[in-house]
Design a protein around this ligand. Structure first.
Ligand code: E4P
Length: 223
C-alpha cells in the first residue's frame, strides 16, 4: 500500500515525512486555499525538497481542454516532468487525459464519484484514479463497491492504472479501500492522527514501560 498525504501544510508534511513510509503528497485547489494566497510554485518546490523522491500530485484548474493542457504545461515547467497532473474526469478532463498520456505525461484522474468515470479513465490510460470515498458515501454511493469494480477492470484489461483512493474522513473508510484492492490512499494529517490516537495503544505502551521499570529500575534497555 502506498500512503500519501492530502495536504499542502509544510509543517504537517515535514512532521509526517519523518514518521510515515510516505509515497507522495496530493493537492487540490481547496487544499491550497487552506494555506492562503501563497506563492504556489515556490511553496510546492519547498515541499518537493522535504519529500525527496516521493511523488507530487498537482491539480489543474482550467475547465476547457486547452486551459487544462496549459495548466498541465505550467505545472510541468515549474515542477518537473515527474509531477503527476491531477485532472478531474469531466468531458474536457477526459479529452485532456488522453492527450496528456499521448505525450507521456503522468496523470492522476480525479473527482471520481462513479464506476463509469473510472472505466473511462482506465481506458484513457490514467496512471492513477482518485475515487472520492467519503464524498461517495455522502451521496449514498457504495464507495467500496466502486473501488472493487475498478480494481477488477484494471485486472481484466491488464491496465497499468492504480487506484489512489481519496477523500477519507476516518480510518475505517481507509481500511475498506485497502481491502477492496486500492493500491494507494491519500489521507489528511487528521486521519493519520486519528489512527494513532487510540487510547488502548498508548495504554499498552505505558504498561510495558511500567513493567520494565518495576523489574529493572531503569527507563530503557540501553541505560
Ligand atoms: C484528493 O486528492 C482529493 O482531492 C481529496 O481527497 C478530496 O477530499 P475531500 O473530500 O476531503 O475534499
Amino acid at each position: 500500500m502506498k500512503f500519501m498525504l492530502d495536504t499542502l501544510n509544510l509543517d504537517q508534511i515535514s512532521y509526517y515525512q519523518a514518521i510515515l513510509p510516505l509515497a507522495g503528497v496530493t493537492t487540490n485547489p481547496s487544499i491550497i486555499k487552506k494555506e492562503g494566497k501563497i506563492d504556489l510554485f515556490h511553496y510546492l518546490s519547498e515541499i518537493k525538497k522535504v519529500i525527496g523522491q516521493a511523488d507530487l500530485h498537482v491539480q489543474v484548474v482550467g475547465e476547457t481542454k486547452d486551459d487544462i493542457e496549459q495548466d498541465a504545461q505550467t505545472i510541468i515547467e515549474q515542477l518537473g516532468t515527474e509531477t503527476f497532473i491531477k485532472v478531474p474526469v469531466t468531458e474536457a478532463g477526459l479529452a485532456t487525459i488522453k492527450s496528456l498520456k499521448k505525450k507521456g505525461i503522468r496523470v492522476t484522474a480525479t473527482a471520481i464519484y462513479t464506476e463509469f468515470q473510472g472505466y473511462l479513465a482506465i481506458a484513457a490510460g490514467a496512471d492513477y484514479l482518485a475515487p472520492y470515498y467519503n464524498r461517495m458515501e455522502n451521496l449514498n454511493i457504495n464507495a467500496a463497491n466502486v473501488i472493487h469494480a475498478l480494481v477488477e477492470e484494471i485486472h481484466r484489461t491488464s491496465s497499468k492504472s492504480e487506484i489512489l483512493a481519496a477523500s477519507f474522513k476516518n480510518v475505517g473508510q481507509v481500511n475498506q479501500a485497502c481491502r477492496k484492492g486500492a493500491q494507494a490512499v491519500t489521507l489528511s494529517p487528521s486521519v493519520f492522527a486519528q489512527a494513532f490516537n487510540m487510547p488502548a495503544i498508548q495504554q499498552a505502551v505505558n504498561d510495558f514501560h511500567n513493567d520494565w521499570r518495576d523489574t529493572f529500575h531503569t527507563e530503557n534497555i540501553h541505560s
